[in-house]
Design a protein around this ligand. Sequence first.
Ligand SMILES: C[S@@+](CC[C@H](N)C(=O)[O-])C[C@H]1O[C@@H](n2cnc3c(N)ncnc32)[C@H](O)[C@@H]1O
Length: 240
Amino acid sequence: MDASPHSSNCSQKEVKGKTRANYETQWGRYDERIAAERRLNNSPVADPLLRTIMPLTGKTMIDLGVGTGGFAFRAMELSPPERMIGVDFSSRALHVSKAVADAQPFTDMDFEGVLGDLERLPLADRCADVILSQASFNLLPDKSAGMKEMARIAKPGAKMVLSDAFRARRKCEGEPWEACVAGAVTVAEFSTLALSAGIIISHQIDFTPRVTQLVKSKKWDWPEFIEHRLDYRGFVMFKA
Ligand SMILES: C[S@@+](CC[C@H](N)C(=O)[O-])C[C@H]1O[C@@H](n2cnc3c(N)ncnc32)[C@H](O)[C@@H]1O
């Protein structure tokens, strides 16, 4: 399968359609219990990033590609913000997120799920104090659009924490897009995209050994990460 958006027979729209269908199926197997397990398993990656932006009291926080809330609800556990908005184009993801939000201990917190595309966010300019995104950015066929949208919804000075897979090696033919592989860029490419959108990277963490360990111990179901020898990095950034 060649799911590259640049291939002549697979448009960006088709790539997104496949990605969405894949996640509708994946999140279809999830409920609050499995989402909580995933959140706990991913916490060795999420927690160090979240600690750089705490306390979140009084803040409006937006999770881009919220899925079942692995990052968003972990933030709510560690330091509850005033408002949490989770954006995803999978309606099944938002269904499970809503169930998690309605469950203890989140009942008193304001969580809003928004169905939308990260390349064209249905959100107002400068509405976010803090932005989160975990393992979602590399699924965007148009990363420049995604980065610009992130900058548009951020208030000046807003902090952003993003983590994702990156490639240190040359891209190969036939890599799967939906498994967060074919869309992975290099750190240099990512830094250029951020800077062009007016986003400054203040800190970078290499989570590769930690993610490798999580995958090997079956706490992160992502065999492609090891198979395609990806890196996993976290970035702390702010809107200039
Ligand atoms: C690997 S999951 C990560 C979910 C969550 N951030 C976590 O860490 O558990 C990627 C998520 O991004 C969403 N996604 C991918 N491309 C998207 C797009 N163009 N617009 C909105 N959501 C997208 C998928 O539906 C999926 O829920």
